[in-house]
Design a protein around this ligand. Structure first.
Ligand SMILES: Nc1nc2c(ncn2[C@@H]2O[C@H](COP(=O)(O)OP(=O)(O)OP(=O)(O)O)[C@@H](O)[C@H]2O)c(=O)[nH]1
Ligand SMILES: [Mg+2]
Length: 297
């Protein structure tokens, strides 16, 4: 580890945007490690997750955030609040959209939020691997007219295209000061938190309709033993009718969630994992402030 006094380019950068545009994918790609869960469904991320990206002479503290959307339920309102709160006390804002996202007429409220911060904003247009580059020009033109972005970069977070240019743009805007974190830790969230998220990710990928949105995961115990980690977790649902779907025929769905989550946990923790899953109903937890507070919102 390098000494704390050494001065480098460093600062906090918030990564915000609508749901499902690829924010968490980008965080993982830049970090070279999976700490933030990803799914094809909107509103996957529910918390603020810092990735600590170390490079030659820099340390970028990148905040992944929940997608900003018209929230209706208390849970969704909390998520949007977490995203908007993360715009304070940052050096730079990265606003991400993707090539499938409607043109900026729909983004007037985003424009007002960005203007109010007074911070430099980099626009990222993600998923360019899905389109012909010619179709990018009207998107760039429309966003250029929307807001005086510091830079506008087409990228593919999935294919790691455009990441070097993004780092270069970020470094132009970051101040020089001592590093805030050692250079050998990837995030400010705990392994326990990431483990609970990995279970939630499998549920987002394997179940449908309202099930992912009715699910929360609580780690009951996380015990490091000599050559393995023992993890007990409870999947919390809103209604008893949802239990059958999560458990599946002859327990097959729950077994698959556990198997896939455990594989990722073993990669994360670098050791064998024994994972035990339970299912519990906490009636309407996503609508209930007390339940949300118990889950850490
Ligand atoms: N083709 C393509 N797909 C991508 C790219 N980046 C992300 N995706 C996919 O887009 C979907 C959403 O990705 P996430 O990283 O979960 O998006 P997010 O913005 O964090 O979403 P929320 O947490 O719901 O706000 C996933 O299926 C990703 O695999 C990309 O560059 N190209
Ligand atoms: Mg996300």
């Amino acid at each position: 580890m390098k000494t704390v006094e050494e001065k480098i380019k460093t600062g906090v950068v918030a990564l915000v945007g609508p749901p499902n545009v690829g924010k968490s994918t980008l965080l993982n790609t830049l970090l070279g490690q999976k700490i933030s869960i990803v799914s094809p469904k909107a509103q996957t991320t529910r918390n603020r997750i810092m990735g600590i990206i170390n490079g030659e002479g820099h340390q970028i503290l990148l905040l992944d955030t929940p997608g900003i959307h018209q929230a209706d339920s208390p849970l969704n309102k909390e998520m949007v609040k977490i995203a908007l709160d993360s715009l304070h006390d940052v050096e730079i804002i990265i606003f991400m959209i993707d090539v499938t996202y409607p043109l900026p007429e729909r983004l007037t409220s985003a424009k007002q939020v960005l203007e109010k911060t007074g911070k430099p904003v980099i626009l990222l247009i993600n998923k360019i691997d899905l389109i012909d580059t010619k179709t990018l020009f009207p998107i760039l033109e429309a966003y250029d007219a929307l807001f005086p972005f510091q830079a506008m970069l087409p990228i593919s977070a999935l294919k790691a295209n455009g990441c070097d240019q993004l780092i270069a743009e970020i470094l132009k805007l970051l101040p020089t000061r001592p590093r805030a974190y050692p250079d050998d830790i990837p995030t400010d969230v705990t392994e326990r938190f990431i483990v609970s998220e990995l279970i939630r990710e499998k549920i987002f990928n394997l179940t449908h309709q309202e099930i992912p949105y009715s699910t929360a995961v609580v780690i009951d115990s996380f015990k490091e033993e000599k050559d393995r980690v023992m993890i007990h977790a409870t999947i919390q649902l809103e209604r008893s009718s949802q239990k059958g779907i999560i458990i599946g025929k002859q327990g097959k769905m729950l077994a698959r969630i556990g198997r896939e989550a455990r594989k990722d946990m073993e990669e994360l923790l670098g050791t064998n994992v024994v994972l035990k899953l339970w299912v519990k109903v906490v009636k309407d937890w996503s609508r209930n402030m007390r339940s949300l507070r118990e889950l850490g919102f």
